[in-house]
Design a protein around this ligand. Structure first.
Ligand SMILES: [Zn+2]
Length: 487
């Protein structure tokens, strides 16, 4: 039988990822495996001879961990997967992702020795580590709040080649937390502003500015030839595309995300470690979770979380310390509380699992995965345009307006005459609505209002329901006569 050994257990098996062991049941195979690799016994079994709790045994995606199944005859030819849920024992010795040949091919000149003096003083980094940084090629997706510190620290640390991928232009609202851009960059592409910033730090860094959106068609080409990808994006579609493209190309991915006061950082797809889909196989339904742009974030949050992500990137390139591979860091800046949670490799993961059904990006409809395509079987939610709503309100029609936004969003823009019902309370409070009147739901961008209509329909409400197209954002330029001006 063939036994697949997960990365963290390989030190017991001569660093092999697959080994052969005779036997017709899990019990027999494990017994013969231990006989061939006696070191593995203390790793896999406790002092009572029981399989340790952190080890899972899978055959054909089926869980064979329980001792009761160890005597079952196995299907012929099915490999056995040994999978630790949490990294047990001694941490793996860190390894650089830069090969020795590539490190030896670069040299540091006098100016670089002066510039990187503080790295050279660190025993763990020294000249070897600095050369690895110079040889490294890193692609950063997103030049916003997270990309700002990531791009600037990678450049300052001496990463030799940096590709910046973004399709947005700088706006005044970006300057609250995207510290790589300034006033003079407003209306310029973010990648152009980021490139200037890198050149201002270090002219010898090769910068590639890609002013485009990551799609299923270009994702593989955008990251090919890079040693590491930094996910500093702000949407689920890009995150899942990048994860899948990195798994298919064998490139490690540093993941970082921010929302309001909290951040997440992890390292995916590093030497057989788990990927984003092992952790979250699918993104949340649209409208359920506001995006960072809708939910806001405190100014230094991107700096804190992005700096941790940049630090992970340097560790992986230099080959020092313990990375966040197989772990998820959660960081709450409001209460200053952080936690590192274990993340296991999922043997049934659709992209990195044993029999992963996804083998190319074209096979996945990312618009559909992220709920960007409407479900054709569900009755369409009727929209009302801002102009029409204003016209009907001005004409004195009896329309019930329900605001489903968060309190802080309502504090920015109050909608006159609206009643406030959070989506979670809609089913319970439907008596407050009049089925004889039209009811219009409003949110910030017109996504959560669609969810609100569907929620109320599911709860059995029979009256006419509408969603304000484009949300309150789309009404900002319309004049409300009763209010004596704009919203
Ligand atoms: Zn996976």
């Amino acid at each position: 039988m063939q036994v697949i050994i997960s990365a963290t257990l390989r030190s017991f098996f001569g660093r092999l990822s697959r080994v052969e062991a005779a036997g017709e049941t899990v019990g027999e195979v494990l017994k013969n495996l231990i006989a061939a690799y006696p070191d593995a016994e203390k790793g896999l079994y406790d002092e009572n001879g029981k399989l340790r709790h952190f080890v899972k045994v899978f055959v054909n995606k089926e869980d064979f961990t329980s001792a009761a199944r160890h005597a079952e005859k196995l299907p012929a030819g099915a490999p056995i997967l040994l999978l630790p849920l949490i990294a047990g024992g001694a941490p793996e010795e860190a390894q650089s992702i830069i090969t020795e040949e590539r490190r030896k091919a670069v040299s540091l000149n006098d100016e670089e020795i002066e510039r990187y003096n503080k790295h050279l003083l660190l025993r763990e980094i020294s000249v070897k580590g600095q050369k690895r940084l110079k040889a490294a090629r890193v692609a950063v997706v997103g030049a916003g709040a997270l990309g700002a510190p990531v791009i600037q620290y990678l450049a300052a640390a001496g990463v030799g080649t940096i590709k910046v991928i973004d399709f947005d232009e700088v706006t005044l609202g970006n300057l609250q937390n995207q510290v790589i851009h300034g006033l003079r960059d407003i209306k310029r592409p973010k990648v152009a502003s980021a490139r200037d910033s890198i050149r201002n730090i270090n002219k010898s860094i090769e910068v590639i500015a890609e002013n485009q959106q990551v799609t299923a068609d270009n994702a593989m080409a955008l990251i090919t030839g890079f040693d590491l990808v930094m996910d500093c994006s702000d949407n689920y579609k890009t995150r899942y595309l990048l994860n899948d493209a990195c798994v298919l190309s064998g490139i490690p991915l540093v993941f970082s995300a921010i929302y309001q006061y909290e951040g997440l950082v992890s390292v995916f797809n590093l030497r057989g470690g788990p990927c984003l889909r092992c952790l979250f196989p699918e993104p949340p339904a649209p409208g359920l979770v506001p995006t960072c742009a809708e939910g806001g974030s405190i100014s230094p949050l991107g700096g804190i979380i992005g700096s941790i992500a940049a630090n992970e990137a340097l560790k992986i390139i230099i080959g020092i310390g313990e990375s966040l591979s197989g772990k998820l860091l959660t960081f709450d800046t409001l209460n200053l509380y952080s936690k590192v949670l274990p993340v296991g490799r999922d043997s049934a993961c659709p992209i990195c699992g044993q029999e992963a059904p996804i083998s190319e990006l074209a096979a996945i409809n990312y618009e559909e995965l992220c709920g960007l395509i409407k479900d054709e079987t569900a009755p369409a939610v009727e929209n009302i345009t801002p102009e029409e709503l204003l016209h009907r309100l001005t004409a004195g029609e009896a329309i019930t307006i329900v605001d489903v936004r968060e309190p802080h969003e309502r504090a920015i823009t109050r909608f006159p005459g609206a009643i406030v019902i959070p989506i979670g309370q809609l089913a319970r409070r439907q008596k407050e609505l009049t089925p004889e009147h039209d009811t219009v739901f409003i949110c910030k961008e017109g996504q959560r209002s669609i969810l609100a209509v569907n929620t109320l329909r599911e709860a059995g409400y029979k009256g006419p329901l509408f969603s304000l197209k484009g949300g309150v954002d789309a009404m900002k330029d319309l004049v409300f006569p009763d209010e004596g001006g704009r919203l």
